[in-house]
Ligand binder design. Structure first.
Ligand code: ADP
Ligand code: AMP
Length: 213
């Protein structure tokens, strides 16, 4: 099963993708997580990606597509995957589509997690993530058991550099200009599924499970 998560930054794509990955036994592939791991490890790729991420801009397609295709070519992706944060532009979606077509394959579901802009800034200013295991929380909606500490591995939670209000506003603008057109792209392919992302994360997940079966 190959799934693409669509939605604005902060809509809950990562939260849902992790739950899907656990339930269906497929890897969660997040280009944002791959970039952040590279930044943490001080790689050349990380340095280049950071210059775009800090501004709330997109990392160039060529670089992003290359790392994504490398990742999905790994053995653990053979039976499927859930893509979170990729594709983010029409050219990215077209390359993915062409690569899958070569393999006689396709995306089975594009799940659009729908959350209006008004909710997004609040979501992202409250987001905290674990730099060690990647778990994500929200200080009000999905709080860890102990404030500032990851439930899963005990590391200290951090706020992402690009979750500052000004950067979030730019990310939303970029989303509307470059990523939202993907909703139409996948609708035309007959694989688009919309879910209401404003409800509790367990309710969002129940709606997704109904779709995936
Ligand atoms: P994305 O991957 O789309 O950028 P995240 O999954 O990281 O978004 O979610 C953004 C923030 O909103 C996080 O702090 C997360 O804990 C919180 N969140 C996710 N889903 C919900 C929900 N259904 N209701 C309220 N908060 C949520
Ligand atoms: P995310 O973790 O998905 O919110 O992504 C964080 C940041 O990483 C984005 O704001 C972009 O700068 C960059 N990024 C992640 N995925 C992509 C992508 N598919 N195309 C371009 N840039 C990306």
């Amino acid at each position: 099963m190959k799934i693409v998560m669509l939605g604005a930054p902060g809509a809950g794509k990562g939260t849902q993708a992790k739950m899907i990955a656990a339930k269906y036994g497929i890897p969660h592939v997040s280009t944002g997580d791959i970039f952040r791991a590279n930044i943490k490890n001080g790689t050349e790729l990380g340095k280049e990606a950071k210059s775009y991420m800090d501004k709330g801009a997109l990392v160039p397609d060529e670089l992003t597509v290359r790392i994504l295709l490398d990742r999905v070519a790994q053995d653990d992706c053979a039976k499927g995957y859930v893509l979170d944060g990729f594709p983010r532009t029409i050219p990215q979606a077209e390359v993915l589509d062409a690569e899958l077509t070569k393999l006689n394959d396709k995306i089975d579901f594009a799940i659009n997690v729908d959350v209006p802009d008004e909710n997004i800034v609040r979501r992202m200013s409250g987001r905290r993530s674990c730099p060690s295991c990647g778990a994500t929380y929200h200080i009000v909606h999905i709080p860890p058991k102990q404030e500032g500490v990851c439930d899963k591995c005990g590391a200290a939670l951090v706020q992402r550099d690009d979750d500052k209000e000004e950067t979030v506003k730019n990310r939303l603008k970029v989303y509307h200009e470059q990523t939202q057109p993907l909703i139409d792209f996948y609708e035309k392919k007959g694989v688009l599924q919309n879910v209401d992302g404003t409800v509790d994360s367990e309710e969002v997940f129940a709606a997704i499970v109904k779709i995936l079966g």
